[in-house]
Design a protein around this ligand. Structure first.
Ligand code: ADP
Ligand code: MG
Length: 567
């Protein structure tokens, strides 16, 4: 079985291609969305998903979230006693999703297509592949998230020839793509985005407004303390969601028997969110301009990502495009469904023979060059070789000349980005080639860049005079694990103990109770304490039916409490 996986910053999903259609897989708790959160339980066993997310506040040292942001970097993420890399934590999420799919269908997962934000750099894409490998998956290919979302929509029966825009605002990333569906061929005309813009940035604004509203009495607790910081984030997200339905919601923080509050009103949100709403415009304008499409030419605007549920975001989109955006698919599901479609495509399912995909390279790729200004030579300029939004696979050649008399080698530094200065772009690697000493400008070199469907770049430099070729091996890239390191980490991951699946629902309930206990005061606290002890007692009895009944009862009570907001 081949699966499609949406490995999200905040949530991940897995879908499989079954009987001619993509089908979502539910996790051990019956949810399609698994929070991309990894934790260790009190016995050092790994847990993934909701229970781990619930423990972010109560056990911050034993829980890790938002690690997709660190993909492609060598950043160490502390979890328990150990330092982890983002690939490893992602691998644990992938492994848990894989197990869900294997349980549901009773067959092994042989390979996967994993989605990545269109703006992911090469190092980030490689890290995603490695995460797949660490989870024991053969990664057939990576697919850009907006492409996957469009693919999911493209399979709807009402689709004919069309041009549309995918607007994906998730927890931490924003992607815009312009796509065209013509004669059963889907083409991404352009994509643009922002790697650091998502729902959690709106939460940050709410937290700031909450803090600004407090006077010094009582003084706020240390906001850098992980528990306090995590609780603020969590409360901000709750308030932001609730403000989708309610006109006024109270933001409250309880700590050390003190409480701080601030009311948020729907009507103040447009002004509060304005700086972020403004940032949503630029990538839209860039994508439309690159695709040479006017907003009026779009047949449809697809909203993807949980944060597009915010009324202020929908209103902005409706205003920009003078129409109501399409909500044919659940905004949270589209990417995973599309990744499964892509998985089927990659494995040549007959039902999909007709659909051909093309894609684009989301950023310009080029080399550092110097410009001769007559009186002096100015280094540090960017010479694009593959322009952003070129259709992939793409291969482009440019000729460069030697700059100095008698120089014996040429060093080509490869960058990605849109600035005319390389120092403002992202350095990818370098390749050096020897040349025969001649006067400046006499030796010419061919530089070929090839960029493929997986977002991998190969740079080749060729000195026709010598018949020499050099291929780029990206060196000094601390963001990417070597094959040996992957091997070592595979072993380490294989040795980890996993929190038992059948206990997940119980663990989640305990985690929710502990969290609620910490977040509340007074008599409610005592009631929660009693509820927790009662549940633990019933757990000890090992009577499955009794455990299940009480769990359902307590979950319902917690649900009701949460609906009403934290008291
Ligand atoms: P990612 O692709 O980054 O994992 P998702 O598409 O799952 O993200 O979106 C997660 C974001 O969606 C979070 O910031 C979450 O707060 C937000 N979100 C989910 N549901 C709602 C809602 N009802 N109202 C506002 N925001 C929501
Ligand atoms: Mg997403």
């Amino acid at each position: 079985m081949i699966v499609g996986i949406d490995l999200g910053t905040t949530h991940s999903l897995i879908a499989a291609w079954r009987e001619g259609a993509p089908q979502l897989v539910a996790n051990a708790l019956g949810d399609f969305l698994t929070p991309s959160v990894v934790g260790l339980d009190d016995e050092g066993r790994v847990m993934v998903g909701r229970a781990a997310r619930e423990r972010l506040q109560t056990h911050p040292q034993l829980t890790a979230a938002l690690f997709k942001r660190a993909m492609g970097s060598a950043r160490a993420i502390r979890l328990g006693e150990q330092a982890w890399r983002a690939e490893e934590l992602s691998a644990l999420v992938l492994r848990s999703l894989r197990e869900d799919a294997e349980r549901q269908f009773g067959e092994p997962v042989s390979a996967a297509v994993i989605s990545v934000p269109a703006y992911f750099s090469d190092a980030q894409r490689k890290a995603t592949r490695i995460a797949g490998e660490l989870a024991g998956l053969k990664v057939l290919r990576l697919v850009n998230e907006p492409t996957a979302a469009a693919l999911a929509h493209g399979l709807q029966p009402q689709a004919g020839d069309a041009c549309f825009l995918v607007f994906d605002l998730g927890g931490g990333t924003f992607d815009v793509s312009v796509l065209e569906l013509f004669d059963g061929v889907m083409e991404v005309r352009a994509s643009a985005g922002d790697n650091f813009l998502g729902g959690e940035d709106f939460d940050t604004l709410l937290v700031q407004a909450f803090i600004a509203a407090q006077n010094a009495d009582p003084p706020l607790p240390d906001l850098a303390e992980p528990r306090v910081a995590a609780r603020l984030r969590r409360e901000a997200e709750r308030v932001r969601h609730a403000l989708g339905q309610q006109v006024c919601v109270t933001f409250s923080l309880c700590h050390d028997d003190q409480q701080w509050r601030r009311d948020f009103h729907q009507e103040e949100l447009p002004a509060l969110y304005a700086p972020l709403l403004a940032r949503l415009r630029t990538p839209i304008e860039t994508a439309l301009a690159d695709a040479r499409i006017r907003p009026a030419e779009l047949d449809d605007v697809l909203l993807v990502g949980g944060a597009t549920r915010m009324p202020q975001v929908r209103k902005l989109v409706a205003g920009l495009f003078s129409r109501l955006p399409s909500l044919r698919l659940d905004p949270d599901h589209a990417v995973a469904l599309g990744a499964a479609v892509q998985a089927a495509l990659a494995s040549h399912d007959a039902a999909l023979d007709e659909v051909v995909m093309t894609d684009v390279c989301p950023y310009s790729l080029g080399i550092e060059t110097s410009i001769n200004l007559g009186t002096r030579v100015e280094p540090g300029h960017f010479l694009p070789i593959i322009e952003r939004n070129s259709v992939v696979p793409v291969s482009r050649v440019r000729r460069v000349m030697t700059l100095h008399d008698q120089q014996t080698e040429v060093l080509l530094k490869v960058y990605q980005g849109e600035s005319r200065w390389v120092c403002e772009n992202i350095y990818l690697g370098e390749v050096c080639i020897e040349v025969p000493p001649r006067p400046a400008g006499e030796i010419s070199l061919q530089v070929r860049f090839s960029y493929d469907h997986n977002g991998l770049l190969e740079a080749e430099v060729d000195c026709p005079l010598l018949g020499e070729k050099r291929r780029l091996v990206i060196q000094n890239n601390p963001g990417v694990l070597t094959a040996d390191e992957v091997e070592q980490r595979l072993e380490a991951l294989a040795a980890l103990k996993i929190h038992p699946r059948e206990q997940q629902a119980n663990t989640l309930l305990i985690a929710r109770l502990e969290h609620l206990y910490q977040a509340s005061l007074g008599t409610l606290r005592e009631r929660i304490d009693l509820m927790t002890s009662h549940f633990e007692q019933v757990l000890d009895s090992q009577d499955e039916q009794q455990i299940k009944d009480l769990r359902q009862q307590l979950n319902a009570r917690l649900e009701a409490l949460e609906q009403g907001g934290w008291p």
